[in-house]
Write a protein that binds this ligand. Sequence first.
Ligand code: FAD
Length: 374
Amino acid sequence: MTAGAVDVLVIGGGQAGLAAGFYLHRLARDAARGRGGPAPSYAILDANDQPGGAWQYYWDTLELFSPAAYSSLPGYRMPPWTGAGNPSAEHVVAYLRAYEDRYGLPVHRPVTVHAVEDHPEGGYRTRTDRGTWASTVVINATGSWRRPFIPRIAGTQEFTGTQLHTTGYRGREPFAGRRVVVVGGGNSGAQIAADLLPAASVTWVTRRPPRYLPDEVDGRALFALATDHVQAVGRGEPSPGGVGSLGDIVAVPPVRRARDAGRLKAQPMFSAFTPTSIRWDDGRTLEVDAVLWCTGFRPDLAHLRPLGLSMDGTVPATVGDPSTGSGDRPGLFFLGYGDWCGPASATLIGVGAPARATVAAATDHLTRALENSR
Ligand code: FAD
């Protein structure tokens, strides 16, 4: 069944897909006012049945690492947050819903993309659970929430307690009074460990000692650091040191309070499970009821398998500045996943610049494709 044909197909309707939508909308608005050339037609496909991307699944007490004014997508500022601290995930979901409405973005949901392949007549053919789309350009903005990563540990299958990834954590209530191991030295690990402390007996386990960013560093500073790093590297100069050189964990207030109270002390990573406990290399064991894996994600790109993309380590090879273009497929782009496709592009404030560059590169590609077809 044919669902539609457009110049640009955006896959994913989270913050990254919407940022691309904003710049595509702006081209249409300018064209309607007689400015610029004809605007590309476009559609956004999203597997969720509600707006908000991954934000709709975060736990209730999560707060952003930046104030609302520094957590905005292009064009429309996040409304101020009147609660304590920084905005909640729910505030972001409401913002993304309003963002879609404000620009009348053509988001089709729920639509799950199963495969992107070469179209016999040129461009791409995208197969979904609701028909097939044809397009000259595909912008992938599928995030990583649907691809949780859990490391392999000996005996995992024998462990009889609960195991959950960050993606399954909605709050501390189910863990009340239980012995919980939180694995992971990044933001999710630190935040979830701090969140559980009032209710559970928490052991925090990290591969290396936790590295906190200086307390004054928040999302604004992270974005500035990531940008400086990429620009210096782009100019062929030595990196001033990206975010990673400063630390892994943003000291948001709940994390800072738990750390300062001496309640966030990390243990080294264990090496095996028994049915009821975890075991370290030195023979120590700890009886536990639940293990929470805050061990990250991988880009959600299984639908691109038919294209046989070459990889740069664990991510597809990319080109451009910022590097959002596929290294082997003209007209294919990646938006939002991490620094490999634009500095700080996985953040609300950071995705605007790569989205603008991607839409500009997509427009160039469309112009060339049209010229070649004449
Ligand atoms: P997503 O939000 O995951 O959206 C991708 C969309 O694509 C989803 O709606 C999904 O349904 C859809 N999709 C996926 N596969 C398909 C498919 N095959 N077919 C159709 N649709 C598909 N960032 C900040 O700026 N500030 C913060 O304070 C902050 N805190 C964070 C805290 C945590 C715990 C985490 C995990 C992240 C945080 N981030 C923060 C980062 C940010 O939330 C994410 O990186 C962001 O959600 C990524 O947006 P995205 O649009 O790329 O992906």
